[in-house]
Design a protein around this ligand. Structure first.
Ligand code: GDG
Length: 773
């Protein structure tokens, strides 16, 4: 967002908010833009259903002492594109200045809101130094770009990062209305989605990361890595530029938070985060318009004249260590060393000053300037200095003219989320055709299929590629550039924003307060049974149903919350409770033996009747001869898979791999399941690959059969409720019992009639339905 259009900050005037600056006359006469009012009226008449609230660290405007400067970068254009459709947009962010007097904040806030559709979050100088320059740019930024050597961390930065994210959350909550979509941008606000989700569970929240997301091995270096991914998971939709970044994020979530993440969605607490890939595009309309303008043609001709007889190679970027400037200079050195004459070659570097307050950026600038000087000293002749270095931002017209006359653009970041410069260069090849040399580590490399892809660390290969690219004929260059140009135009910034927002607005978001019609129906059935004085039978699985899953099975003892719940159940006179688990008798007895419930262990092999302390053996006729042979196989897996362990039960053998390396464990589990399934054909066993377990059990022993036996022994119940989270619980859900209510806990494919999100929700539901007020 480098290009700027300047306005004078007027204290009393307002104008309608839109993408272009007003003329002087308009400034005086145009009506106020009251966002709340406009959006609400449009919603009422059905023209505009939704407001998209964009939340980014920086607003698309900068407040200075006496003026507001409006930026018009890709993000602004993309979001303005949404206004043409069924969305209104609003921005929340930092206006880019630490104000000396807080008394001006009110006034500035009013002007920004009324004239620019922007809500400012004012940050102090200290906030900027710690949250922005410190935590965001010196701590997270280098890691997201695979550069742990640049990582610096101070605990106070983290405190400020959290505080600033909280300030943003407050501002969003003050400004949001029912039905609005909140779109949070980038690494400076990674905690914001979770803060918002906790405060407003029904709010639709999107998060887009503009940088790469690195491999877990890198991301885990950050002292606050867990909190950061947990913060992002507060969003309903998280978007990345490429599938690779998405995959890395999933991996980090699984490994850091122990949450089972699918590549499409990640369930967490009481909600689910959908993941998506949305490669950002450029503001193609704005570039095309520029290429049509007289001003552009004039500048292009001036540049042509100035560089007459030279082959031009351009690089444009922020002065940032991720952009590979030093490596590129080495490649240029190697290239120039191989030339017979350097009279006809010129490199133009546009390096926009960036993050000048940070030590590493100052050092980079000095190093770049030194090396450019050295190279020019080494290769300059009386008629040519090969590198023309500009440490400044150039006007948009000049940028387009430069792209348009270049023979080659060399864009070689060491890593880059997307890289818009590569796409902008391609679009500007309308009349001339230049070649694009692009780092294979830029997100754009996945889309710009005809670019010369290079490894920026291989400076010799980059030098060679430069020679190849410069030697192409115009026809060859045209043939390469045209299909890419079409793609850049079609998949532009508007397409990107539209895709993300459409997905966010159509996501099916599970009801966080469980007030869905389905579960309400189950609630009514139980309540009616109870109020008629009839008996209810509950068959409740333990792990993952009554009690949250633990990484280590032995840690899943009842929590105080679960004990409270069980005590309340125990007091109910017309509710018969059975706890039915795959766990051993010893676990169940030790943890739940004090309750007057029926306890069923090992999927139905053992049972303790209500009020008794004696455990019955229900599987006396079952043949367990297969166990010894299979135990030997399982032992081989246990030995070869660090972190895995075998649990021996009377009616089954379980191989647990929750503590093993995630991917390795999964891979071994699949192999084991296949091996056991082959044996199952000749044995009275069933094999089940469940949540971090592979279980082989006697075919005759299952929870469904155990429930059926209890029901056959007892007087009929008016209402029977079975709840479980695992595949072994499905045998209860498919019983043909009159009045059966079946509840799946935690999602996934199920035959259950009803669903709740987690054990806490199940407990809440049962208390509501069973315990009299
Ligand atoms: C981040 C990610 C991702 C540069 N110099 C001038 C100028 N620019 C404009 C370019 C381009 C923008 O700045 C730079 O965008 P990039 O995408 O190349 O890089 P970052 O600033 O690092 O952006 C990146 C992006 O977010 C979007 O998601 O692609 O990976 O790091 O638009 O044209 N503009 C003008 N004069 C200059 O001198 N007018």
């Amino acid at each position: 967002m480098v290009e700027s259009i300047k306005f004078v900050l007027r204290r009393s005037q307002s104008r309608s908010s839109r993408s272009e600056p007003p003329s002087k006359a308009e400034k005086i006469s145009s009506p106020r833009c009251d966002w709340e009012g406009v959006s609400s009226i449009l919603r009422q008449v059905g023209v505009m259903s939704t407001t998209v609230i964009n939340v980014s660290n920086r607003l698309p405007v900068t407040v200075e002492t006496d003026k507001i400067t409006k930026s018009s970068g890709g993000l602004v254009a993309a979001l303005n594109g949404l206004c043409d459709e069924q969305y209104a947009t609003k921005w929340i962010g930092w206006p880019g200045a630490a104000l000396a007097e807080t008394s001006r904040e009110r006034e500035i806030e009013r002007v920004l809101k009324e004239e620019y559709g922007c809500v400012p979050v004012f940050l102090s100088k200290e906030d900027v130094e710690t949250h922005y320059e410190g935590f965001s740019n010196s701590s997270i930024w280098p890691l997201l770009h695979y550069l742990p050597n640049y990582l610096r961390y101070e605990p106070s930065w983290w405190e400020h990062y959290r505080d600033v994210n909280r300030k943003f959350a407050e501002k969003v909550l003050e400004n949001v209305h029912d039905g609005d979509l909140v779109w949070v941008h980038d690494y400076q606000l990674m905690l914001l989605p979770a803060l918002l989700k906790v405060a407003a569970p029904n709010l639709r929240i999107g998060f887009f990361l503009h940088t790469p997301f690195p491999a877990y091995e890198i991301f885990r270096c950050h002292p606050r890595c867990r909190e950061l991914v947990a913060g992002m998971l507060g969003a309903d939709l998280v978007g990345f530029h490429t599938f690779g970044y998405l995959r890395h994020f999933c991996d980090s979530v699984q490994r850091l938070l122990g949450i089972e993440a699918e590549l499409t969605h990640i369930p967490s607490d009481r909600h689910c985060t959908t993941l998506g890939v949305y490669p950002i595009g450029i503001n193609a309309v704005k570039f095309e318009k520029m290429l049509d303008s007289a001003e552009f043609h004039r500048r292009r001709e001036q540049f042509r004249l100035a560089h007459k007889g030279k082959r031009l190679v351009v690089s444009v970027e922020r002065m940032d260590y991720t952009k590979g400037i030093l490596h590129r200079l080495e490649a240029i050195d190697s290239f120039l060393a191989g030339l017979k004459t350097i009279e006809d070659i010129r490199f133009i570097f546009v390096s926009v000053p960036s993050r000048g307050g940070i030590e590493e950026y100052q050092a980079l600038r000095e190093e770049v300037e030194t090396r450019v000087g050295r190279l020019n000293g080494k290769y300059a002749t009386l008629r040519n200095s090969p590198i023309h270095f500009i440490f400044d931002s150039i006007p948009f017209t000049d940028l387009c003219a430069l792209y348009a006359i270049a023979d080659v653009a060399i864009v070689t970041p060491l890593i880059d989320g997307m890289n818009l410069v590569a796409k902008e260069f391609v679009l500007c090849q309308r009349e001339n055709a230049g070649s694009l040399i692009l780092s294979e580590f830029a997100g754009a490399a996945e889309e710009l299929f005809n670019a010369f892809l290079v490894n920026p660390y291989d400076v010799w290969a980059v030098a060679e590629t430069l020679s190849t690219a410069l030697a192409l004929s115009t026809e060859q260059k045209r043939a390469l550039i045209d299909p890419m140009r079409e793609r850049v135009i079609r998949y532009d910034a508007r397409h990107w924003a539209r895709s993300f927002i459409n997905d966010l607005s159509t996501l099916v978001i599970p009801d966080p307060d469980m007030s869905g019609a389905d579960i309400e129906e189950a609630h009514n059935r139980i309540a009616q049974t109870m109020s008629a004085g009839n008996r209810v039978a509950l068959f409740l699985d333990y792990d993952g149903t009554l009690r949250e899953i633990e990484r280590e099975p032995s840690l899943a003892k009842p929590t105080p919350a679960l004990h409270d719940f069980l005590k309340r159940l125990a007091k109910l006179t017309n509710v018969d409770v059975t706890i039915i688990s795959g766990r051993s008798r010893d676990d169940i007895q030790a943890w739940l033996g004090a309750y007057p419930f029926r306890l069923i262990a090992e999927h139905g092999a053992r049972r303790r009747q209500p009020g008794s302390q004696v455990w019955e053996q229900l599987d006396c006729t079952v043949n367990y001869a297969w166990k010894e042979e299979l135990l030997n196989i399982l032992r081989l897996y246990e030995e070869a898979t660090p972190g895995s362990l075998i649990e021996e039960k009377r009616s089954s053998l379980v191989w647990h791999y929750r503590m093993a390396d995630r991917e390795f464990g999964e891979w071994k589990a699949r192999k084991l399941t296949r091996q056991l399934a082959a044996l199952a054909a000749n044995q009275p066993i069933q094999v089940h690959h469940g949540k971090k377990i592979v279980e082989v059990s006697a075919a005759q022993v299952n929870k469904g059969a155990a429930v059926a036996r209890v029901l056959a022994e007892e007087h009929p119940y008016e209402c029977v409720l079975c709840a479980g989270d695992d595949r072994t619980d499905e045998s209860m859900f498919t019983l043909h019992t009159p009045g059966l209510l079946s509840v799946n806990v935690g999602g996934g494919p199920t035959q259950a009639g009803y669903r709740v999100a987690d054990p806490a929700q199940l407990r809440e539901f049962l208390v509501k339905a069973l315990v009299p007020k």
